[in-house]
Design a protein around this ligand. Structure first.
Ligand SMILES: [Zn+2]
Length: 318
């Protein structure tokens, strides 16, 4: 934000985040770079294409990947510059896209059909919405209405909601979508992680995205005797949560892409990610009390403390 009073604060906040979250930011950048290296130019198998006015499951999943790449990059960039809460609003979108891609992967033919049908309802309702604005003379709406018979319209509304408000997959909400795909996480720990993400991180991201009591209250400083003190502009709030949330969602989607499209070098990608997982551990000074510089780091990476998390704890303490 050039030319206003946020300037000095912007620089200070960004510098602090770069210093105190160096490892997580590097992990976030690395996974994006490695993914781009695999998909542009494309190194996977041939893509199956559905033809005119239809989208194949392959095409839908790749569109979701492209959407995710942009949102993930933007999320990490927002966090880096002190807007981690705004990044978490994007992380809510990353979670939904990641789940949808898994559902499409598991329900190919049904997904192709639902995508086509939900698109028809959306196109139909869009013209209806424009007509109802009063902006246009009758039959003058600049988009051609699509022909939908009453019987088809009723069936579409039954599946996707009267206003098309459901997910195009037909699920009423993310919770139902998770229930439908959770068995794709066959490792019990990974499935638990998915559930925890839904119950804790996704819940919290929704609190931040919408106007909620907890979303508003977190903008407030300590209680003041004679009024309220609110911090303007970038902040250090929510940084670890938003970086981990973005990284976790991205990793879930990219591993699906590796499997589905037979991208090469999955094992070296997994190994790099396994190492990077430790970068998201954070310890308070109390948690590492008594740990010597040459002792193994309590994060479990196998590295000496001085070469691993020591610096991060020192920064955390400030
Ligand atoms: Zn460590």
């Amino acid at each position: 934000m050039a030319g206003n009073d946020f300037d000095a604060k912007d620089a200070e906040v960004a510098e602090t985040i770069a210093r105190t979250h160096k490892r997580e930011l590097a992990a976030c950048d690395q996974i994006l770079g490695e993914t781009l290296g695999h998909i542009s130019p494309w190194k996977g198998r041939d893509i199956s294409v559905a033809g005119p006015s239809r989208r194949s499951p392959d095409e839908i999943i790749l569109m979701e990947l492209v959407r995710t790449l942009a949102s993930y990059g933007a999320s990490v960039q927002l966090t880096r510059t002190g807007y981690a809460e705004q990044a978490s609003m994007l992380n809510r979108s990353l979670f939904e896209g990641m789940l949808v891609a898994h559902w499409v992967h598991a329900n190919g033919a049904e997904a192709e059909e639902q995508f086509r049908r939900a698109g028809r309802l959306n196109d139909y309702l869009w013209v209806e919405r424009l007509e109802n604005t009063g902006w246009f003379e009758e039959d003058d709406v600049p988009i051609e209405a699509i022909e939908v018979e009453q019987q088809e319209l009723a069936a579409l509304k039954l599946d996707f909601g009267k206003y098309g408000e459901r997910l195009w997959t037909g699920h009423r909400s993310i919770r139902y979508l998770v229930a439908d795909v959770e068995d794709m996480w066959d490792d019990p720990m990974a499935k638990q992680e998915l559930h925890n993400y839904l119950r804790v991180a996704h819940h919290d991201n929704n609190q931040i995205l919408h106007s909620t009591v907890s979303g508003l209250n977190r903008l407030k400083g300590p209680d003041e005797e004679d009024g309220i003190r609110l911090a303007l502009g970038p902040s250090l709030r929510h940084v670890p949560q938003s970086l981990l949330g973005a990284y976790w969602n991205f990793a879930q989607l990219v591993t699906l892409i590796f499997d589905r499209f037979q991208l090469p070098d999955r094992s070296s990608f997994d190994l790099a990610m396994e190492r990077r997982e430790f970068d998201f551990y954070r310890f308070t000074a109390a948690e590492v009390e008594g740990v010597g510089r040459n002792d193994p780091c309590p994060c479990g990476s196998g590295e000496k403390f001085k070469r691993c998390h020591e610096e991060q704890v020192a920064e955390f303490r400030k």
